[in-house]
Every structure is written in structure tokens, then in C-alpha cells.
Design a protein around this ligand. Structure first.
Ligand SMILES: Cc1cc2nc3c(=O)[nH]c(=O)nc-3n(C[C@H](O)[C@H](O)[C@H](O)COP(=O)(O)OP(=O)(O)OC[C@H]3O[C@@H](n4cnc5c(N)ncnc54)[C@H](O)[C@@H]3O)c2cc1C
Length: 488
């Protein structure tokens, strides 16, 4: 839509990624007149899907799975406009290069299968893990609340109390300072289970070395295990659905609208200036562009605040000429939507985390994602499409050219490592692609409560991956900021 006439809005949202779209849908539903300004010719940001790898291949440079489908804001509205998702039975696996059977955690309604898979390596671990998963089920309301609530002391204490009550009586470290690593390596005995849980702690919960991360593991990570959802048609379908919900709520969604500056009147924000000279005015502006870009636009100095996490995830696409089978898969039902490879022993995982902490690039390894097992529309007509997510130290500071250079090495190295895990089948790598991570991913600045979302400029707010509850396609920060602005 073109923005030739500016009717004056109640709120202008900078960025038409998932956060911006949820925000506009919620504010529109609350009766606010909202404009979303997106610099690209398409909406969706890091939740966008395209066909860059070929007309018959859905390409997900970034987000591919939903982690909070059960509790995320607007889930019912998304369903009502036709969005569907599948939750694969086999969820998270750890594969082994020596052919040992994979350890597989299954969907929430298949805890018996999880138990049997873990019991093959340790009966005690199977009993404890299933008990933790069963008890974590009762945290759904608490996790859902955490997702849409500013993180003030009250909220945190309430969640900690809920977590303590849920797991009381289990043989787990009780100190609030305990780390996830301590929890996993003392409560579980088999190296296979330890490696898999460390991988999940890192993947879902951030830094497992951080004091207090044991409670984070029990309170948030354990709840997420077994809930990975594959949107049918790919993440692009989620964007199409939220776009429809936002448009239905009356939001004006502008593409090709790169914001280059903000207008201030008497100290307050009053509008946004686009690269082509258009001015879109509103007394409130919410930026989803990340801390650095927002501060640049508003010409305010970066605030000295502690940054949490300097890691970022690189997404690789590997196109093969035939399906990949892993030697350590027991049967086709064990083809998990997320299979970790590259750390057959817990020490390999800990070494990797330590290297990342020192800013060094570790050997290839990561999470192999296979949305195609749950959604045939994402399957290539021939061959196989693998998605591999690997964490690296702060690659968001690298230029596109540098990422491309790393990508050339990384695709070949990752494929070479993955072949150590392939059993019998010998597919050839036809193409490898590495997507740049995007600025601001996984960086959260610590601030209490509403200060997370407010900037020093009256009327200018922040939302998105750089504020609580952080990155992910869930719209949590959008719900919080929409709540704050609807109060006004
Ligand atoms: C490799 C990788 C894999 C991931 N996998 C998953 C996953 O499987 N599941 C999951 O839930 N999450 C995943 N995430 C995280 C998730 O993709 C992001 O946290 C989420 O999509 C961020 O949404 P957002 O709207 O906050 O930001 P963005 O999607 O980054 O949106 C910001 C928008 O602002 C626009 N913009 C920037 N500057 C301007 C400007 N000056 N003017 C106008 N517009 C501008 C951008 O073009 C963009 O569209 C992954 C992230 C990465 C990097």
C-alpha cells in the first residue's frame, strides 16, 4: 500500500517483522489507528520464507519452528485465518557418530516413548526426566504469563515460587545460584542424556553457565521440551496469517518504507521520516529494529547497560541429491524435527560453549532441523533439504561479505562432519547456503520492568528480540508494549 497521504496515526511501528505485525494487530484491536513501516518490499523480517534456493524449495533464512504455539498471543486469531501447525511425535534427538541409537525426546503426549528411549541408556535418568516433564506441564499458565509480562521483581519472584512448588521433593540442586550445567551433570548420570539436555539448555535457555540458569532450565526450558511446532506451509504461512489478522484489525501496513529519522516536537517523538521523504506522524512510536538502530534513529547515545549473550545462530541450508539417513536413528519414527550432532560426549558440548565464550569459532556441530517430516509442502520433489543451526560467538557484528566467506568454508565442513553420522546412505551435497543472522539477535539489555521497553525519548518505545522475553516468533514483547500503550 502506498503512504502518499498521512492521516496521522495513534501509533507508528518501525519494522514489519513478526513483532511489528503482532503489535499492530493488538493495538488495532484495541481501537488504535496504527501504521507499520517496513523497509523491505515484503513483510515478515526474520520470520519470512522465500524461494531463494529454487522454485520448489521453501527457504527459511531464519525462523522455521514455533516454540510457544500453545501459549503465544493471538494463537486463536491465527488459527481462525487458516494457520495450521503440526507438532511432530519425535522432537529432540542426539545422534552419535559411532552408531549408538539416538536418544530421542518425544511430544508431550508420548512420554512413554521418551521414557523408553532414555531407559535404553539409564533407567534412573528416564524416571527423573519424565517426572520433570510431567510436572513442568503444570507451568503452562506461568510460562504463558511470563511471555507477556514485563520482568519486574514481582513477576520473577512469582515464577520462582511456582517453579519451586512444582519440583519440590525431587533430587535437584536447591540453590538459586545453581547453573544449568550443575543441574544436568549432577542430577543425570548418563553422558548421552547429559549431552542432549545441555544442548537443549543452550538452545532454549541461553547461557547454561550463568548463575541461576538451573531455575531457568526447570522453569522455562523443561516446559519447552516436546513442544516444537512446524507451521504448515513454512514460516511464511505464519507471516501471511498475522498480516491478515493485523489488516483485519485495521492496521495500515507499508512496505518499501525505510525509516531514516524521527521527528520530535517539544522533546517528544511526533513522527517517522522515510527514505523517500514521506513523514508519518504519531504521538507514539514503537521500534522493533533493535537497540543500536533505534538509538541511531532517535539520535540518543547508547545507554550503558549490561548485554546478555554475545552469541548468534547461523542458519545453513544444505541441499542433497538424496535423503540423508543417520546411522543412529532407530527407525523412521525417530526422525526427530531437531537432531543435535557434533557432541557425542558432554565434554564436547562444554568445550564448544567455552570456545564460544572466548570468542573462538568451534568445530561444526549444531541442530539439524527437519520440518519436512511434519509438512510435506516443505519437502523438495527430489533429494533432501537440511537446515542446520549452529551457535557462534557474536557473528552479528560481521559484514555480509565476511559471513559469505565463512559460509563457503562452513557448508563444506558441516557436511563433512554430518557424513560421519550418515549410515549407509551417501547423498551428495548440491548446494550450501548460510544466512546472515541479522542485527541484534539474542542480545537483551538488563533493565527492570517497563524500563525494558521505554526509551529516554518520551513517546518512543522498544519491542522485539532485544527486550524481554527476547527473540522468537511469539510476539511476547509486542503484547507487553501493546498493553502499556493501550493503558495510555
Ligand atoms: C538463524 C536464526 C534462526 C532462528 N530460528 C527461529 C525459530 O526456529 N523459531 C523462532 O521462534 N525464532 C527463531 N529465530 C528468532 C526469530 O527469527 C526472531 O527473534 C524474530 O523473527 C524477530 O522478529 P522481530 O519482528 O522482532 O524482528 P525482525 O524480524 O528482525 O524485524 C525487524 C524488521 O525491521 C525492518 N527494518 C529494519 N530497519 C528498518 C528501517 N530503518 N525502516 C523500516 N524497517 C526496518 C527489517 O527489515 C525487519 O523486517 C531465529 C533467528 C535466527 C537469526
Amino acid at each position: 500500500m502506498s503512504a502518499s497521504a498521512d492521516p496521522g496515526y495513534d501509533v507508528v511501528v518501525l519494522g514489519g517483522g513478526y513483532t511489528g505485525l503482532v503489535l499492530s494487530a493488538l493495538l488495532g484491536a484495541a481501537g488504535r489507528h496504527v501504521a507499520v513501516l517496513e523497509q523491505e518490499s515484503e513483510l515478515g523480517g526474520r520470520a519470512r520464507a522465500d524461494h531463494a534456493l529454487g522454485a520448489d524449495l521453501i527457504h527459511h533464512p531464519h525462523a522455521v519452528l514455533l516454540g510457544f504455539a500453545d501459549v503465544m498471543p493471538l494463537r486463536h486469531e491465527l488459527r481462525s485465518v487458516g494457520l495450521r501447525w503440526a507438532v511432530p511425535v519425535a522432537q529432540h534427538a542426539l545422534a552419535f557418530a559411532d552408531g549408538r541409537p539416538a536418544v530421542v525426546l518425544h511430544r508431550r503426549d508420548h512420554l512413554r516413548m521418551t521414557h523408553d528411549s532414555i531407559a535404553a541408556v539409564s533407567r534412573a535418568d528416564a524416571t527423573l526426566l519424565v517426572e520433570i516433564l510431567q510436572r513442568s506441564e503444570t507451568l503452562s499458565i506461568a510460562v504463558g504469563r511470563l511471555l507477556v509480562t514485563a520482568p519486574d521483581l514481582d513477576t520473577v519472584v512469582r515464577h520462582l515460587d511456582a517453579v519451586h512448588a512444582v519440583y519440590s521433593g525431587l533430587p535437584l540442586p536447591s540453590s538459586v545460584e545453581a547453573t544449568a550445567i550443575e543441574l544436568i551433570t549432577t542430577a543425570f548420570v548418563s553422558p548421552e542424556v547429559q549431552s542432549l539436555l545441555l544442548a537443549l539448555a543452550h538452545e532454549f535457555g541461553g547461557d547454561p553457565f550463568a548463575p541461576g540458569s538451573a531455575i531457568g532450565f526447570l522453569g522455562v526450558v523443561a516446559w519447552q521440551i516436546g513442544r516444537r511446532a512446524v507451521p504448515i506451509g513454512g514460516m511464511g504461512s505464519v507471516v501471511a496469517a498475522i498480516r491478515a489478522v493485523a489488516a483485519h484489525a485495521g492496521a495500515d501496513l507499508f512496505t518499501d518504507a525505510r525509516v531514516v529519522g524521527l521527528i520530535r516536537e517539544e522533546g517528544r517523538v511526533a513522527g517517522a521520516v522515510c527514505a523517500d521523504g514521506r513523514i508519518i506522524s504519531a504521538p507514539s512510536i514503537v521500534s522493533t529494529l533493535g537497540e543500536v538502530a533505534t538509538h541511531e534513529l532517535a539520535e540518543i547515545p547508547a545507554e550503558p547497560a549490561r548485554t546478555l549473550g554475545t552469541t548468534s545462530v547461523l542458519r545453513q541450508h544444505l541441499v542433497l541429491d538424496a535423503p540423508l539417513r543417520l546411522a543412529s536413528e532407530r527407525a523412521t519414527t525417530d526422525r526427530a524435527v531437531q537432531t543435535f550432532f557434533g557432541w557425542d560426549e558432554p565434554t564436547e558440548m562444554l568445550d564448544r560453549l567455552a570456545m564460544i565464550g572466548r570468542g573462538a569459532f568451534p568445530a561444526p556441530g549444531g541442530a539439524l532441523l527437519r520440518p519436512t517430516i511434519a509438512d510435506a509442502t516443505q519437502r523438495p520433489r527430489e533429494g533432501d533439504l537440511l537446515l542446520v543451526d549452529s551457535t557462534f560467538p557474536g557473528v552479528q557484528t560481521l559484514s555480509g561479505e565476511e559471513i559469505e566467506g565463512i559460509g563457503r568454508y562452513l557448508s563444506a565442513a558441516t557436511w563433512s562432519r554430518l557424513r560421519d553420522y550418515a549410515g549407509g546412505s551417501e547423498p551428495r551435497l548440491l548446494a550450501g547456503h548460510v544466512a546472515p543472522p541479522g542485527r541484534g539477535d539474542r542480545q537483551i539489555r538488563l533493565r527492570p520492568g517497563v524500563e525494558h521497553y521505554r526509551t529516554s525519548v518520551p513517546g518512543l518505545w522498544r519491542a522485539g528480540a532485544g527486550v524481554h522475553p527476547g527473540g522468537g516468533v511469539h510476539g511476547g514483547s509486542a503484547a507487553i508494549v501493546a498493553g502499556l500503550l493501550s493503558e495510555r
